[in-house]
Design a protein around this ligand. Structure first.
Ligand SMILES: Cc1cc2nc3c(=O)[nH]c(=O)nc-3n(C[C@H](O)[C@H](O)[C@H](O)COP(=O)(O)O)c2cc1C
Length: 351
């Protein structure tokens, strides 16, 4: 299994078969923990392996064990803690988390399930297993063969937040819309991203509206860098300014960001998706395309004659397409030559 497949295949197991873990498998799991990195290589972990049924019952006084035949009491030596001088933060919990993750992944590779437990009573573990005062019982790692199949690696698509909600580039950005539950949105219109692909997009991803970036310089580029300026109902100065666009974005929590190569018209596809989303109940659905509007040979800039399908480009409304795409893990680079890969983006605001 390559690393990402292994990482996606790990899942918490809360129900184990009554089957012992082979000695060499347990050794391998412990070895994975041994080689884990730790701050200043202090290796504060102290791990008590519990397999004796009598001792497993003692663990159960501190937390349920879901039938696990092997519990690791993962403790940290706090006698000489590594403390960050600026704020007093101790690195021990980070170290223990990494050790546990190494062991969980090693277990998964062997077909062994695990659950890391933090919500146990450490005083009981300390008393039952003779853990000294200078050592803290930090986590329990319950191991065993799962009573039911491992969960599908695909579950992360729905169970984890999109990268754009947790990863930022270059500076911190509030992702206040996290709790908006993008995954619920996905459930409501599961066909939207598929529909985008069917209509010629390369990729489509539900993103947080907070990851969409507007910037004043984008308007400057339109005003001075583009011969389309002032020639279309879908171009500045007719289109919302970056500030106005930001106000509009603030009315939304989520969006579908759609990636195209140069072969399909982003604006046409976005308009079709906007209609589908509207009919699915997203009454605020609004789409932005890419590039100038090409619906009329010469635009009647006073009165658009194709209101139903004319939509401004993201950049025409002051959206920094580069930062928005990168915030959400999509590729985009300046086209510096004929051979450069073309990446275009359309955006569908959803609520
Ligand atoms: C630091 C930490 C503490 C956890 N504590 C508990 C716990 O006390 N009880 C429990 O049942 N699961 C616990 N879990 C498991 C999480 O609930 C689980 O990892 C999370 O819901 C994600 O599910 P997954 O592991 O299947 O991907 C803990 C996980 C971590 C990383």
């Amino acid at each position: 299994m390559d690393f990402l497949t292994l990482a996606k295949s790990r899942c918490t197991t809360r129900g184990f078969m009554d089957k012992k873990i082979a000695g060499e498998d347990l050794e391998r799991i412990l070895e994975a923990g041994r080689v884990a990195p730790s701050a200043c290589n202090r290796q504060p972990q102290r791990i008590i392996v519990v397999q004796d049924p009598e001792n497993l019952r003692r663990v159960q006084k501190a937390y349920q064990t879901f039938g696990s035949p092997c519990v690791l009491l993962v403790c940290q030596d706090k006698s000489d803690p590594l403390v960050r001088p600026f704020d007093g933060k101790c690195s021990g919990d980070l170290d223990i988390g990494i050790v546990c993750d190494h062991m969980m992944l090693a277990a998964r590779e062997l077909g062994i399930g695990s659950v890391m437990v933090g919500l146990f009573d450490p005083a009981i573990i300390r008393a039952e297993f003779g853990v000294p005062e200078t050592v803290e019982p930090t986590a329990l790692l319950l191991l065993g063969y799962p009573a039911q199949a491992f969960l599908s690696p695909e579950r992360h698509q729905a169970e984890r937040n999109p990268l754009g909600d947790t990863v930022m580039y270059e500076r911190y950005r509030e992702s206040g819309g996290l709790e908006m539950s993008l995954t619920n949105d996905k459930k409501r219109v599961p066909h939207l991203d598929d529909e985008a692909l069917k209509r010629g997009a390369l990729e489509a991803k539900m993103i947080s509206a907070r990851s969409i970036v507007t910037a004043p310089w984008v308007r400057l580029k339109c005003t001075y860098g583009c011969d389309g300026y002032g020639t279309s109902h879908c171009c500045p100065p007719k289109t919302p300014t970056p500030k106005e666009t930001q106000e509009i974005l603030d009315c939304y929590t989520s969006a579908l960001l759609v990636h195209f190569d140069g072969k399909t018209s982003p604006t046409r596809v976005i308009v079709e998706l906007e209609r589908s989303a509207f009919l699915a109940g997203y009454y605020k659905a609004f789409g932005f395309g890419a590039g100038p509007c090409l619906l009329c040979r010469t635009c009647n800039t006073e009165e658009c004659v194709h209101r139903e399908k004319a939509r401004p480009a993201m950049e025409a409304c002051g959206i920094d397409v580069y930062a928005t795409a990168r915030n959400n893990g999509f590729p985009i680079d300046v086209l510096s030559g004929e051979s450069c890969e073309e990446n275009y983006y359309g955006l569908l605001l959803l609520e």
